[in-house]
Design a protein around this ligand. Structure first.
Ligand code: NDP
Ligand code: OXD
Length: 305
């Protein structure tokens, strides 16, 4: 069995890790001209890579989001397998709880006061006034919803199909998006980027949030209509935003988001791919496929995620 690894940088540790897990396979970092492989491990590969792989059994994406792969022309019938948690959901839970609690408890204000040497209390705020709505209740969104619920915030969640999650008021389908938004103050985006979700964070949807709304976008930059955000922040319609993902990454130095006082930025790191966990998961799936078993995380090409 031949496995090829095509990553934008540093494929060697992945090649070594996969080789150690699958000693009977031949694992190679991809180079043009190599013979076709049975399995590929990729992140945002070029079309020329796909064109050189006519007989793949599976294309393993080393991330949860497959939007970069969906832009390529991939032979019909190729099984695309995304990372299924692999240590990312706990990171997302940490990130979201940090952003929400920092805003709710006004730790940003305390930090500024402390820097100025001022001992000032803020009035306690009511959790009931800060319902948290999670867009996307998949592998990551469900874990985040449960983590936020532990802090006794009201939690709402929106997905395509109906879910039942203890402690979470759930809404399904486009027809219920409006009801979900009007009940939400702190909006967390964990949707995949597809034709149906591109631009879903826009003037209309963000204006529907409860007064003093707050946005946490940790899914993809293409979900947010970037030009709509700053006017909503400046008018006071939104109280703030924590953004991890952007239409153009790295975020250009001249972008207005960098300097806006109500925007907090991280560089697409809300949940990093963890190499050890990911290699173990992918190797386990390659073994399962060799035994003819089904694996989790296979992308539905019709839905695009
Ligand atoms: P999943 O596929 O497990 O979950 C996606 C969720 O979104 C599901 O609940 C799905 O509904 C819902 N959904 C999809 N399309 C629609 C729609 N049109 N309307 C309503 N709901 C919809 O994905 P993950 O949780 O694993 O990952 C989510 C995204 O997070 C990734 O696609 C990626 O873009 C992003 N991500 C970002 C990272 C970062 O570092 N910033 C790291 C990892 C992921 P249903 O359950 O009904 O199918
Ligand atoms: C992912 C990502 O999709 O890192 O996993 O963005």
């Amino acid at each position: 069995m031949r496995i090829t690894v095509c990553l934008p940088e540093k494929p060697e540790p992945w090649v070594q890790g996969l080789q150690a897990e699958l000693p009977d396979a031949e694992v190679l970092a991809w180079e043009p001209g190599q013979p076709p492989a049975d399995h590929a491990v990729v992140w945002a590969p070029p079309q020329s890579f796909i064109d050189a792989q006519p007989r793949l059994q599976a294309l393993f994406n080393i991330g949860a989001g497959v939007d970069a792969l969906m832009k390529l022309s991939i032979p019909a019938g190729t099984r695309i397998v995304r990372l299924d948690d692999a240590g990312m959901s706990v990171q997302m839970a940490e990130y979201v709880c940090h952003a929400l609690i920092r805003h709710f408890r006004e730790f940003d204000v305390y930090e500024a006061e402390a820097r100025a040497g001022r001992w000032v209390y803020r009035k306690p705020r009511e959790r009931a006034d800060f319902p948290v709505g999670i867009l996307g209740l998949g592998v990551l969104g469900e874990r985040v919803a449960k983590a936020v619920a532990q802090f006794e915030f009201p939690v709402l969640g929106w997905s395509r199909s109906r879910k039942e999650i203890e402690g979470v008021r759930t809404y399904a389908g486009e027809a219920r998006l409006g009801d979900f938004l009007v009940g939400t103050r702190m909006l967390v985006n964990l949707l995949p980027l597809t034709d149906a979700t591109r631009g879903i964070l826009n003037k209309t949807t963000l204006s529907a949030l409860r007064p003093g709304g707050y946005l946490v976008n940790i899914a993809r930059g293409g979900h947010l209509v970037e030009d709509d955000l700053i006017p909503l922040l400046d008018s006071g319609q939104l109280a703030g935003a924590t953004l991890d993902v952007f239409e153009t990454e790295p975020l250009p130095a001249a972008h207005a988001f960098w300097r806006h006082p109500k925007i907090s930025i991280t560089p697409h790191g809300s949940a990093r791919t963890l190499r050890r966990e990911s290699i173990a998961q992918i190797a386990g799936k390659i073994r399962a496929l060799s035994r003819g078993e089904a694996v989790a995380g296979v992308v539905d090409l019709e839905r695009g995620y």
